[in-house]
Write a protein that binds this ligand. Structure first.
Ligand SMILES: [Zn+2]
Length: 315
């Protein structure tokens, strides 16, 4: 049987007519010309919603034209790509917080939050892939990605969820268990359910480590709003798909920073995340840990904007 040609919008105009069942391909009557030495672009995928550039950068696709993909670059500029791995579907968008010159929290052991978030997210992605759950990352290496582009990746894909992974900074009081916090979209049942299930599964995993944890008094699954009543965090407010933001623990606590630097922690956090995500996609359970009283928080500026953003190489 002839191999199936992957035809994009403008490709395949010279394709061989389809063979009927039982027909065989006639032998060529002339000796084929040697393969061209110049490389040609692969066929375009019209359904692409995001694309992974040859350098591994994930970009939202704004439009597929006859010539290539019109994309949003990490720094929210318009870009154009001909090569890459197109993605037309991803159920899960995983977002490792911070990157590039925005390191996030830094532990007493110099562990940078941006690197830790990426390690946990990459391992979670690998586990989800093993379980047959399609996923994509908003950041795959150490570069800046403003919040609006992270959200755009999930919105273009219309994924089932966006999960933003962080580790917290303030010094807080001691606690018997992990001070994991999961911020959810106000009044959004899907976001709350997803947060509850990830909370349940990650805390279950982290509880196996016997260290001195710290915690806020209202730790759990919580809505965080500013004085105008809007969700305080951009990664919760911006996406149109169900979104949650996790603070898995406290890098500012030396005991936790030490634990977070171990492969055992990364594995446990990733299993907890993957279990929560898989349960959300498979069952209608609600999860646990939801706080009825929202927290009020007014962010002062902060990171995640486009000012001073420098795009990584895309090709
Ligand atoms: Zn963070």
């Amino acid at each position: 049987m002839a191999s199936v040609a992957l035809c994009g919008l403008a490709a395949c105009t010279g394709a061989r007519p389809e063979l009927l069942v039982g027909e065989t391909i006639p032998p060529p009557t002339t000796i084929p010309a040697p393969a061209e030495t110049t490389t040609t672009a692969p066929p375009l995928v019209a359904e692409a919603k995001a694309i992974i550039s040859p350098t591994g950068v994930v970009l939202p696709v704004r439009e597929v034209t006859d010539a290539g993909y019109v994309v949003t670059t990490p720094c929210a500029e318009e870009g154009f790509l001909v090569w890459g791995t197109p993605i037309s579907e991803a159920r899960v968008v995983l977002d490792p917080g911070h990157g590039g010159d925005e390191s996030g929290a830094v532990g007493a052991n110099d562990l940078a939050e941006k690197d830790l978030n990426l390690s946990v997210v990459k391992r979670t992605a690998a586990i989800l892939t093993q379980r047959g759950i399609s996923n994509v990352l908003t950041r795959t290496a150490d570069y800046r990605v403003p919040l609006r582009v992270r959200s755009e990746i999930a919105d273009r894909l219309q994924s089932d969820m966006l999960v933003s992974v962080h580790h917290n900074a303030p010094q807080l009081g001691n606690s018997d268990g992990p001070g994991t916090e999961i911020f959810v979209q106000s009044g959004n049942r899907d976001s709350r359910r997803l947060g509850g299930l990830i909370y349940e599964k990650t805390v279950e995993q982290l509880d196996q480590f016997d260290i001195q944890w710290v915690s806020a008094r209202d730790a759990g699954v919580i809505e965080v709003r500013n004085s105008e009543g809007l969700d305080s965090y951009g990664m919760i407010r911006r996406p149109t798909v169900p979104a949650v933001l996790l603070e898995l623990g406290y890098l500012a606590n030396p005991a936790e920073a030490e634990l977070f630097a171990t492969p055992e922690y990364v594995e446990a956090a990733a299993i907890g995340l993957a279990d929560g995500i898989e349960t959300y996609l498979t069952f209608d359970f609600d999860g646990s840990g939801f706080r009825e009283t929202p927290r009020i928080f007014n962010p002062k500026g902060g990171t995640g904007g486009i000012l001073g953003c420098v795009d990584p190489a895309l090709e």
